[in-house]
Design a protein. Structure first.
Lengths: 210, 200
């Protein structure tokens, strides 16, 4: 199907990232500026696969301490109790608040992991210049872009708990190192999704040889 | 006849039809949204931005949530948690929370105001492309709707332990989320670029 379709790349054009003006490509290594809005023009996001791989791997590494280390410590009348993300989910299940347990589980454990797996999968298929189900893979990318921000829920919960529960010896809540690692995972995966260029999915062997 | 553009998701060159009625144009190959034509885009964006700024002021100056345990009451504003995280030796966390719930939404609205206020008076703002680019960069970091879910979870979590009293700021905040969502959808970027291109 890609034989008769014209892309900006195989026709020697560059689409501006900011204002979407279609610009004719100058020489091979020239630095180009969009004549309408002044943005730097790139045919594809620069070093997209390398950057995205680096960020995906970094996020994978941080995902481990984010889940193993406690994110909060509750001190109530001298007794301290630390909670990880998973123990928070289990607490909600035990107390019968399973909708909240589901929200936390999906936002904090499932979404970051599935996002990293999807990006890894997209990177591998892009590097193999696969033409398998391109439309579905583009859709998969859009999902990772939309869904990633919701993982911040747990960080916001920690912020609110820390603010509210500060009643001296009676009860107080401290943020712990796990929260920093978790926040790092979310921020890094956001950058990873931004650095991935979905147009690479459509740069297959056939479309590039034209 | 409309202009030729390349899809931002799959790079396919296609002719963008010139819309006279509000509607959406999707890429014929991958389904990406290429253009959304809105009715009165600029006026609508301006009014939403002004409403958003007022609500933002309210949300940040009134008590947000109060926590009652026996005789003790603790009142908080939106910024309390951010200060508290900083005081607990977590500056990284507090900066991220400050950015995503206060700075990014505020900067987003100010950029919008900078773009659409002159346009309503048929003037073209200086350095419009820079401000527009900044606006696009900020958008992924503005996470007020996610913060709202965070509030919901925290309230449920603490409801067994103590009494939680919602404040004025909470309601302003709730309204602000809808305003922000409508705001991001209301700006017609093609229209802005057309005006910039024909500025002389």
């Amino acid at each position: 199907m890609s034989h008769d379709l014209k892309t900006a790349r195989n026709q020697g054009f560059i689409s501006c990232h900011t204002c979407h003006l279609l610009c004719r490509k100058a020489g091979t290594d020239a630095i180009m500026i969009c004549p309408r809005c002044g943005s730097r023009l790139h045919q594809r996001k620069p070093n997209s696969t390398k950057r995205t791989w680096a960020l995906v791997l970094a996020a994978f590494i941080f995902y481990i301490p984010a889940n193993v280390l406690p994110i909060t410590t509750v001190t109530s009348l001298g007794i301290a109790q630390s909670d990880t993300i998973m123990s928070g989910v289990l607490y909600f299940i035990k107390t019968g608040m399973w909708p909240i347990a589901l929200v936390i589980f999906v936002a904090s454990i499932f979404v970051p992991l599935i996002k990293l797996l999807i990006l890894g999968f997209l990177l591998i298929t892009v590097q193999r210049k696969s033409s398998w189900r391109q439309k579905d893979r583009t859709r998969l990318y859009r999902i990772t872009e939309v869904v990633g921000r919701w993982s911040m829920v747990d960080i916001f919960v920690v912020t609110i708990l820390v603010a509210l529960v500060k009643l001296g010896a009676l009860a107080s809540i401290q943020a712990q190192a796990g929260a920093i690692f978790f926040c790092a995972v979310v921020v890094i995966t956001l950058f990873a999704a931004m650095s991935f260029d979905p147009r690479l999915i459509w740069d297959t062997k056939e479309s590039l040889n034209e | 006849m409309g202009s030729l553009i390349a899809c931002h998701d799959c790079d396919l060159i296609q002719r963008l039809p010139h819309l006279t009625e509000p509607g959406t144009v999707q890429c014929i190959r991958c389904g990406a949204v290429l253009h959304q034509k809105k009715r009165n885009s600029i006026e609508r964006t301006l009014s939403l931005t002004l409403a958003g700024l007022v609500l933002f002021g309210l949300a940040n100056s009134f008590p947000f949530l109060a926590f009652k345990l026996e005789a003790q009451v603790r009142q908080t504003t939106l910024l309390t948690g951010i200060q508290e995280l900083y005081a607990q030796g977590m500056p990284e966390l507090s900066i991220i929370v400050l950015l995503t719930t206060v700075l990014a939404p505020l900067a987003q609205m100010l950029c919008m105001l900078y773009i659409v206020l002159p346009l309503t008076f048929k003037r073209i703002p200086l350095a419009l492309p820079h401000v527009f680019r900044l606006l696009r960069r900020l958008q992924p970091w503005s996470m007020m709707e996610v913060f709202m879910v965070g509030i919901l979870v925290s309230v449920v979590k603490l409801s067994k332990m103590a009494k939680i009293v919602p404040g004025i700021a909470l309601f302003s905040f709730l309204a602000l989320i809808f305003i922000l969502a409508a705001l991001t959808a209301s700006l017609d970027s093609h229209l802005i670029w057309e005006k910039w291109e024909n500025r002389r």
